[in-house]
Design a protein around this ligand. Sequence first.
Ligand code: GDP
Length: 361
Amino acid sequence: MTKKDKSALSEQPGVSSSEITNTSAVNSIKSKRKTALDTEAITTAILNKEITALSRAITLVESRNPKHLAQANLIIMACLPHANKSVRIGITGVPGVGKSTFIEAFGAFLTGLGKRVAVLAIDPSSSVTKGSILGDKTRMERLVKNENAFIRPSASGESLGGVARKTRETITLCEAAGFDVILIETVGVGQSETTVHSMVDFFLLLKLAGAGDELQGIKRGIIEMADAIAINKADGSNLKQANLAKNEFERALHLYPERDSEWQPKVTLCSALNDDGMDTIWDMISEYLNITRQNKFFDKNRQEQNKFWLLQTIEDRLKASFFNQPDIKKELKIQLDLIEANQTTPFAAADHLLKLGKSPH
Ligand code: GDP
């Protein structure tokens, strides 16, 4: 751990000597010192690639206890100078497309190349379904046993914004722990792909070759976000259909305007079940990295993502601190009833509520 890291850690809520007036103050100082020691020990262990420490820090990030969150923030700050060195890859696709099987195969391929791979997930539905993505680690049997892989199920229990923050911070921790590739899985429904897209370098869409028009039912937005489309289950009797689907997607992708990254998205086939096509996909990602590092898009994109997350965090916190005020909760209900009774307008009600709300700081 460098001097700078240590000074980041020592910037804990201050303890002045005048505080030592009674036993409870002494105990409080002891407890603060203990936390400082813990924090330093956890950070050092993370930088030494110790997985238990990494898991512990992620548990702090996911905690609802403000003390844990404060400790998590200190660890993240100390880890930050050591982060940023991985490749972050988002993987999306509808349930059943083969995401888990793919991550298992791709993860094994990457660790075979000597890389250390962390697998995270964003699944806002997990609060309801109790962790549908990666919740059941038996789905990734091989990777679970692989000492160069780390799998962490999606944080659960709150909004997409909350889950997203935790995943962003977990990326930093995993990078500090020396993971070279971070795979972030999400289901291809709702807003979660947009969220994952805003925290990765490369976005891979998994598709199936199906009957009928391949392009139907696909949200245009997802295609626009995808840096590559992999048609999975291209095996056995499915291979011919998969090739047809590939051609169709290639044609469709050419219709989109050139991107800032100067990268032309590609379509490829794979069979996650048979470990086929993993090398092609990695070559493709490596080519993307070469191009975007050379033309500086890679760094620019990460900077833009950081700016986006700064604004997003402010928005989330302002909203939460507004809506959690007891007076607002009570008055909001009244205003909603008034709207239903046609006795006020949405704008007048909003004005009223905003005037009533306390400034968060
Ligand atoms: P997820 O819901 O997207 O995570 O999908 P899963 O990885 O759980 O896969 C759903 C089903 O598809 C499982 O029964 C897998 O064995 C199967 N599957 C996944 N990849 C392939 C593949 O490449 N070929 C074939 N034939 N089946 C696959």
